[in-house]
Design a protein around this ligand. Structure first.
Ligand code: CP
Ligand code: NVA
Length: 306
């Protein structure tokens, strides 16, 4: 049974396959065609945290593909009413795929372990692979060949940064992290990079101005992720020099793109001037979540898979 829990589980040809399916389906969608590649397939969305983009793009994607979905919130009893093993074994008898968003990464691993259907990680504390795929797809659409291009990620070495970094390594892109001391990638993640992507030059630079100098893309995310709300004040202080504002963007090449996974905290990690500015592609980046979810679902569940 194939799952998608982390970018590390994808080989480059598999990413290229997901992108090829995405491109085909996006082109058809723009022509008014919604190809029913997954008739009758059912996706369950099991979410412990809020979501707009991930939830709605998956729900819409599966409808466009001829299937259906259901959203399972806290009233499903997940984590409280029965054992995770019983929950996963039973739920996976009813549906073809589970998209799960959880606080702990171990939760989606446990779900996948006990499920007889595919499990997709819809964000955990450690990874957001569907976001990274949509980001890399957007970059490729905008830049053409992204090989050798540099993404500079400014901010917290969080779930989004980790998945993006691995994705860059898989696709031959450079990743520069402008990350304040104390908020670095952990040693387990760095060991994974060294093991899986030995030739990938993941660079960490403390000075954001130096970090953006060669950037084809400047990317940021919130300073306090979901589940870290009680650290928000401390983080506002610690990340103060890492705001993506017009001054920082002026040190990047003039054609550099600005990206953000959203939701954004305007006035913290990014100013309105930048996120609403000419270089920002955040809305098309969010729109591509829909198209790339279709690529992921069709790759995992459809006749085009493997
Ligand atoms: N970017 C992202 O995953 O957004 P949501 O939290 O709204 O799903
Ligand atoms: N790092 C953020 C991403 C939200 C899509 C979080 O985990 O809250």
């Amino acid at each position: 049974m194939r799952h998608l829990l982390s970018m590390a589980q994808l080989e480059r040809p598999e990413i290229e396959r997901i992108f090829a399916i995405t491109e085909d389906l996006k082109t058809k969608y723009e022509q008014g065609l919604r190809e029913p590649l997954l008739p009758g397939r059912v996706v369950a969305l099991l979410f412990e945290k809020p979501s707009l983009r991930t939830r709605v793009s998956f729900e819409t994607a599966i409808v466009h593909l001829g299937g259906g979905s259901m959203f399972l919130g806290s009233d499903s009893g997940w984590g409280s009413r029965e054992s995770p093993a019983d929950f996963a074994r039973v739920l996976s008898q009813y549906v073809d795929c589970i998209v799960a968003r959880s606080y702990k990464h171990e939760t989606v691993q446990e779900l996948a372990h006990f499920s007889s259907c595919s499990v997709i990680n819809g964000l955990t504390d450690l990874a957001h692979p569907c976001q990274a795929l949509a980001d890399l797809y957007t970059i490729r659409e905008r830049l053409g060949d992204s090989q050798g291009q540099t993404i500079t990620y400014v901010g917290d070495a969080n779930n989004v940064a980790r998945s993006l970094a691995i994705g860059c390594g898989k696709l031959g892109m450079n990743f520069v992290g402008a990350i304040p001391e104390g908020y670095d990638f952990d040693s387990e993640f760095l060991a994974l990079i060294e093991r899986e992507l030995p030739d990938f030059p993941l660079r960490i630079v403390r000075d954001p101005i130096e970090a953006v100098r060669d950037a084809a893309v400047v990317y940021t995310d919130v300073w306090a992720s979901m589940g870290q709300e009680d650290e928000a004040e401390q983080r506002r202080h610690d990340f103060a020099d890492y705001q993506v504002n017009a001054e920082l963007m002026s040190h990047a090449p003039p054609d550099a793109l600005f990206m953000h996974c959203l939701p954004a905290h305007r006035g913290e990690e990014v100013t309105s001037e930048v996120i609403d500015g000419q270089q920002s592609v955040v809305i098309e980046q969010a729109a591509n979540r829909l198209h790339v979810q279709k690529g992921i679902l069709a790759w995992l569940l459809g006749p085009q898979s493997r």
